[in-house]
Ligand binder design. Structure first.
Ligand SMILES: Nc1ncnc2c1ncn2[C@@H]1O[C@H](COP(=O)(O)OP(=O)(O)OP(=O)(O)O)[C@@H](O)[C@H]1O
Length: 362
């Protein structure tokens, strides 16, 4: 339905969107998720032809947005971050005006407007001036103008921002309903919103795609990331060997506990397989190794933490090859998990080297 290839937007020296590539299939709700300034609005503005890209292409139903803008735009209904409403018009006047702009045939106009007002539940407000509507109702009018003409794709930029919880729920339900007839793309910086509404999530950070998968798979990634944090007294190598021999333990990192004044106290992280509780086995392995456990804490990584890790990691990544590769950082949650695992073991290696140096100094 929509094919985005190597999309780039530069503002002077600043790269707002950095080689984004993805495909949107028919009949699903897609969520662009990313912190403020990640490049969500810029991407949506390029998909809808509001602004031109610096590089790359957007093809909608076979039509390039820059080469065949009229054909491509016919397939899209757009609600920008700031709804394009005329406050001195009534709801009905405004929707008639939009219908004319969209060249909706006269014969269909009145019935289509009635149908859409009914769908987004604004019929009772049709003779009200838009300036006298609440923010939630204005947002409904904004959605109504996007849906007018029944385009294949509806694009909504932060559709629930600034609404109260009741209005947020109503708008979310409304968006879910759109899926019956349309493909929907929405942006949000709220993880729970995207995972509640969307069939597929694209996580954007610093203009790049850092992960894309179904909320279920992203959830599995979080569920699979269970950690045990321990404080253990003993020999570093003994602790590591004993823990690595425990069934279901995937990885072990051991580093000197900087807070402890006692010698030979290590801060240990044990990564385990999905849905396994290794606390008892870890306890007995440490007993057998003669390494007393001073503290033990079970930590389940939340989807929020993974989202933060993914969107923060790009900032920390100094690898220029990755930075300019032009490819998504991770295509799937599984790729992201591999990255997180590699990153953890990289960090633990660095930590190990650090403690070796300390040993030498000692
Ligand atoms: N016209 C512009 N001129 C210069 N820089 C811009 C312009 N528009 C956006 N930017 C910059 O591009 C980056 C991406 O902005 P964008 O609005 O796309 O982010 P976003 O993910 O939609 O964030 P938000 O949720 O805050 O709107 C930001 O650093 C922003 O400051």
């Amino acid at each position: 339905m929509i094919e985005v290839k190597n999309l780039v937007k530069r503002y002077g020296d600043h790269t707002a969107v950095d080689h984004l590539s993805f495909e949107i299939e028919k009949g699903k709700i897609y969520g662009f998720l990313g912190p403020n300034g990640a490049g969500k609005s810029t991407t949506m503005n390029m998909i809808t032809g509001y602004i031109a890209s610096t590089e790359g292409t957007v093809v909608i139903d076979g039509h390039d947005i820059l080469e065949e803008p009229e054909e491509a735009k016919k397939c899209i209904g757009y609600l920008p971050e700031m709804p394009p409403l005329y406050f001195d018009m009534t709801v009905l006047e405004y929707l008639k005006f939009v219908a004319d702009l969209k060249k909706i045939p006269k014969a269909k106009k009145a019935s289509m407007i009635e149908e859409i007002m009914d769908m987004v539940k604004i019929t009772d407000m049709k003779n009200r001036l838009i300036k006298n509507l609440s923010k939630g109702y204005r947002q409904r009018v904004g959605i109504a103008q996007a849906v007018l003409g029944y385009p294949e794709v509806i694009i909504l930029d932060e559709p629930t921002v600034g609404l109260d919880p009741k209005q947020i729920n109503e708008i979310r339900e409304l968006i879910k309903g759109l899926k019956k007839k349309h493909t929907v793309i929405l942006s949000s910086h709220i993880l729970s919103e995207v995972s509640a509404i969307c069939d597929y999530v694209l996580i954007i950070s610093h203009g790049k795609l850092v992960a894309s998968d179904t909320p279920e798979n992203l959830g599995k990634l979080a569920a699979g990331s269970n950690n045990l944090n321990l404080l253990v007294k003993g020999q570093k190598d003994t602790i590591r060997a004993a823990l690595e021999s425990v069934e279901s333990v995937k990885e072990v990192t051991v580093k000197k506990d900087t807070k402890s004044t006692e010698e030979g106290v290590y801060s240990v992280t044990v990564g385990t397989e999905e849905n396994t509780d290794v606390r008892e086995k870890v306890f007995y392995s440490m007993v057998n190794a003669d390494c007393p456990i001073l503290e033990m804490q079970s930590k389940k990584i939340s989807l929020e933490e993974i989202f933060l890790e993914l969107t923060e990691s790009e900032k920390k990544d100094k690898n220029p090859e990755k930075k300019n590769s032009g490819k998504p950082f991770f295509k799937t949650a599984a790729d992201a998990e591999n990255y997180l695992n590699e990153k953890d073991s990289g960090e633990s290696e660095a930590e190990e080297n650090g403690s070796d140096e300390e040993k030498e100094e000692e």
